[in-house]
Design a protein around this ligand. Structure first.
Ligand code: HEM
Length: 448
């Protein structure tokens, strides 16, 4: 692999549409095939009128996310359809993003996240009591969503939000992030041309706004008494022109960034335990030893070292944000390949985190990779489930707390029995969910 001063050349183009057709049932395979053939080189994927550049080598990932980051913006076909939902703040780019980042980054400190954890533990424990139906098959994704979504909403939008409002938000977000998926396949259709899904998308935004704006006004009126996110943002933006809309944009964007990703990651826990009984046994043993019959509290979390490694490995093989698209501002050269201005480059934690050049036995699920000292010598950009550089995720610590609380909370009381006919494969969507309709039964470990 070369990288640096050699003469520039055009990228090799791969007939990607053809391989998508061949792998119609599991389209992700077409991406894996493209990555195998690219072997770390920058290649161009021929998708008919749309020909993005696929970036997999960690040196190139570093170039896009960090070294020359301002040249690779979040705009274009993947981002524009969602901009009416996400607004002009933390999930946009340019001045609006920068202003939001400078407010939010100091908020999401380890100290702040830790201050939420005890409350999060209580919420998760209560929810496990109400949501889990023991001894009967339950839909994995629905159950995890019913645990994660209200937890995040209560932490971000305040403890006094009503159950009815929480219930309205979940489906509205779901519609918000999925209704315009068709535009991803038809990127050349201008935004102003109506397509199916547009009116559901607009209705979802109305519903979200009907819940979020009153919470902002409530937090403003109440003043400096709470440490939920909406109150902190109201304090940070006090006196700013258009403050309510700016707070709304960040609340909605962060909620979206926090829930869909967490639900996806935590849905993979169950097929991973099912497929690796010897690893599952270690997870169960640790939880039994540290948490016992529960409830799990913040004090248990530092001692759940193996579970932490399990979660790190989970988001290596199944990173929820599996694809990170960027638009190129000015022509650039990466790894000797010329990239014209206006092109789309696509980074993929899913592909990079499986490259054999950087990962020993890349397809094997092995939490020990993340044991202390085992990552020595690993390329910093061979693992980026939470992105990296100026746009890096603000939520890794919050996610880690939430994951440990939720998994240990469930497994301190139940053993999962998965109902699947064969290996569970990832389904290609905006995040990398397991194939639809996955169910399991949670069997109580203790009677009474
Ligand atoms: C498994 C859980 C999560 C994963 C895998 C994940 C992954 C990511 C990734 C890949 C990005 C970069 C997206 C891009 O620039 O294209 C990102 C950005 C972001 N994430 Fe997360 N995330 C997770 C959970 C959370 C949580 C719990 C929060 C709550 C605070 C959060 C807040 C954000 C924010 C605010 C950004 C935008 C940062 C910026 O552009 O400045 N994420 N996340």
């Amino acid at each position: 692999m070369s990288f640096g001063n050699e003469t520039t050349r055009r990228a090799r183009t791969q007939p990607f549409l053809r391989s998508l057709t061949r792998h119609a049932r599991v389209p992700l395979r077409a991406f894996e095939e493209a990555s195998d053939q690219a072997n770390g080189e920058l290649v161009r994927l021929n998708m008919g009128p749309f020909r993005p550049y696929l970036v997999t080598h960690p040196d190139h990932v570093q170039h896009v996310l960090k070294t020359n980051q301002p040249n690779y913006i979040r705009a274009g076909m993947f981002w524009d359809p969602l901009s009416p939902l996400l607004g002009t703040g933390i999930l946009s780019d340019g001045a609006g993003w920068s202003a939001s980042r400078s407010i939010l980054q100091p908020v999401f400190t380890a100290r702040y996240v830790d201050s939420l954890t005890e409350r999060m533990a209580e919420i998760v424990t209560d929810l496990i009591d109400t949501v889990v139906v023991p001894g009967r098959p339950i839909d994995v994704a629905d159950t995890i969503s019913a645990l994660v979504h209200p937890t995040i909403v209560r932490l971000f939008l305040g403890a006094t939000i009503s159950d009815a409002d929480i219930e309205r938000l979940a489906p509205a977000y779901d519609t918000g992030v999925t209704a315009r998926s068709i535009r991803l396949l038809l990127p050349f259709v201008p935004q102003r041309f109506p397509l199916p899904g547009d009116s559901a998308f607009r209705q979802a935004i109305r519903t979200i706004d009907e819940v979020v704006y009153p919470r902002i006004r409530y937090a403003k009126a109440r003043g400096r008494h709470a440490n939920d996110l909406v109150s902190l943002l109201c304090q940070a933006r006090a006196g700013e022109t258009d403050a309510e809309r700016l707070i709304r944009d960040d609340m909605v964007a962060i909620h979206g960034a926090a829930t869909e990703t967490s639900v996806t990651a935590l849905t993979w826990v169950w097929p991973a335990l099912d497929a690796h009984p010897e690893i599952a046994a270690k997870v169960y043993e640790e939880i039994e030893r540290v948490v016992g019959p529960g409830p799990v509290t913040m004090a248990h979390l530092p001692r759940l070292a193996y579970l932490r490694m399990f979660v790190d490995e989970l988001v290596r093989l199944y990173p929820p944000g599996w694809i990170l698209p960027r638009t190129v501002v000015e022509a650039d050269t990466i790894g000797g390949v010329r990239i014209p201005a206006g092109s789309t480059v696509v980074l993929s934690p899913f592909l990079t985190q499986r490259l054999p050049e950087f990962w020993d036995r890349p397809l094997e699920f092995d939490p020990e990779r993340f044991a202390a000292g085992n990552g020595r010598g690993r390329h910093r950009y061979a693992y980026f489930p939470f992105a990296a550089g100026p746009h890096s995720c603000l939520g890794p610590r919050l996610f880690q707390m939430e994951a440990l609380l939720l998994i240990a909370g469930i497994l301190s009381r139940y053993r999962p029995v998965l109902h699947a006919d064969g290996p569970v494969l990832p389904r290609l969507a905006s995040t990398l969910r397991p194939g639809t309709g996955l169910s399991m039964t949670l069997v109580p470990t203790r009677s009474g």
